[in-house]
Design a protein around this ligand. Structure first.
Ligand code: FAD
Length: 387
């Protein structure tokens, strides 16, 4: 029987890429507990990923990238998160957004081309800082309190962004801002400058090495051409599947750890290891059911998104459901893995307690559970109304 993680590998090319990312994940796993404890940003992981070509996976081939599909992105990210959830989530924003820009073409061509070249040549990365303490998750439609005021040749951006993942390493990023004179909101591409500062606020229970600090902009200049007003082609937001992929990877690591432990651990009152106990086998079976169901949904949604280009906007419910099931099931899997291992699972010497903390963060990445359920309910009600 092959490994569960390989279930969705379709061909030799995907296998080759999988082996490369697994090598990185193994190195990052060794570094993960130190960064988790310190809350430090894993700069060396990002240097290694640049070296290995990981940062350019979603860049179009014409710029020297790999132009991988969403399905492959899910597979890569799941494997990377198996080694280190924080690194996977952080790089996932970058890889996902480049895929999104590739399919929507929502940036002016000149800016996208320049970004792609910088990724390939210098290991540049991108992320969007849209969350704020006053407006909450951008996915709920709150108006940014960050403002953009017109000035000679561009805009002056002022505000404070929270949850700014990758902030310690980015040389450019996108911010959402409100434009009072137009009573509208737009995104702006900002190149790091002395009017931008990082306030190291990220001290959380989980995903501690994502560098998701606050970013403060004090009249930071964005050139006229850096206003990213266009929405481009609607791609249904498939790129967000990098999020469930990450939490599945953490759950997979917890599952493997618990199974190995159960096969090895034999208390002296038993004849064999605890894996032979019916109760432990029930728990392993439950982990399998949760994990396999969620993986099936995520890979199926990614494949549909890749294949059905025209109907991408209508895949929103399916994509949201996949994220909902993956994040919630992953939390359950880590919980069950810890019950199998028992009291020693609480030890900082084992990775399970970190998995337990990291996996919870998925609840607070978009789309949030209540948004997904709302969309599913709306679909159901509209179906009845259409009768
Ligand atoms: C590890 C991690 C990395 C992240 N990285 C980034 C990043 O790089 N860039 C970025 O912009 N953001 C990032 N985020 C932020 C994320 O996208 C959310 O903005 C953030 O988690 C806050 O979401 P929230 O739902 O708790 O916030 P809020 O919208 O403030 O909601 C808080 C609570 O209020 C209730 N609530 C609020 N509004 C509604 C509503 N309309 N309907 C129902 N209930 C409501 C819900 O109970 C909700 O749980 C990251 C988050 C995490 C955890």
């Amino acid at each position: 029987m092959g490994r569960l993680i390989d279930q969705y590998i379709r061909n030799a090319e995907e296998r080759e890429r999988a082996e490369k990312v697994e090598a990185l994940a193994a190195i990052f796993a060794d570094r993960a507990s130190v960064h988790d404890r310190e809350g430090s940003f894993p700069h060396q992981n990002f240097a290694d990923m640049h070296e290995a070509g990981y940062l350019k996976l979603t860049v179009p081939k014409e710029f020297g990238g790999e132009e991988i599909s969403l399905y492959e992105l899910v597979s890569m990210q799941e494997r990377l998160a198996y080694g280190d959830g924080s690194t996977a989530l952080a790089v996932g924003w970058h890889l996902g957004q480049v895929l999104h820009l590739r399919t929507t073409r929502k940036w002016p061509g000149r800016l996208f081309d320049e970004l792609c070249r910088a990724i390939v040549a210098d290991g540049a990365m991108i992320n969007t800082f849209a969350s704020e303490s006053g407006s909450g998750s951008p996915s709920r439609g709150g108006k940014p309190e960050t403002t953009a005021i017109r000035t000679d040749g561009g805009w002056l951006i002022t505000g404070r962004k929270t949850f700014s993942t990758l902030s310690p390493i980015l040389d450019r990023f996108v911010v959402s801002a409100y434009i009072p004179e137009e009573d509208s909101t737009a995104d702006f591409l900002i190149y790091n400058n002395d009017r931008v500062s990082i306030i190291e606020t990220w001290d959380t229970i989980g995903m501690r090495a994502t560098g998701s600090h606050d970013v403060v902009l004090d009249r930071a200049f964005a050139a006229e051409g850096s206003r990213l007003s266009g929405k481009g082609i609607d791609d249904g937001g498939g790129w967000l599947l990098h999020i469930p992929a990450c939490y599945l990877g953490i759950a997979m690591a917890a599952r493997d750890f618990a199974i190995s432990f159960a096969q090895m651990y034999r208390p002296n009152h038993l004849q064999g290891p605890i894996a032979e106990l019916a109760t432990v086998q029930q728990s392993i079976g439950q982990m399998e059911a949760e994990l396999r169901t969620a993986r099936c949904l995520v890979y199926a949604a990614a494949d549909r998104w890749d294949q059905e280009k025209v109907s991408r906007p209508s895949l929103k419910s399916e994509l949201g459901l996949a994220k909902y099931m993956a994040t919630n099931n992953s939390i359950k899997v880590v919980d069950m893995a810890m019950r199998i291992v028992g009291g020693s699972s609480l030890s900082k010497k084992m990775p399970l307690e970190r998995f337990y903390r990291d996996v919870r963060a998925g609840l607070h990445n978009p789309p949030m559970d209540n948004m997904v359920l709302h969309t599913l309910a709306a679909d159901a009600l509209n179906e009845r109304n259409a009768d």
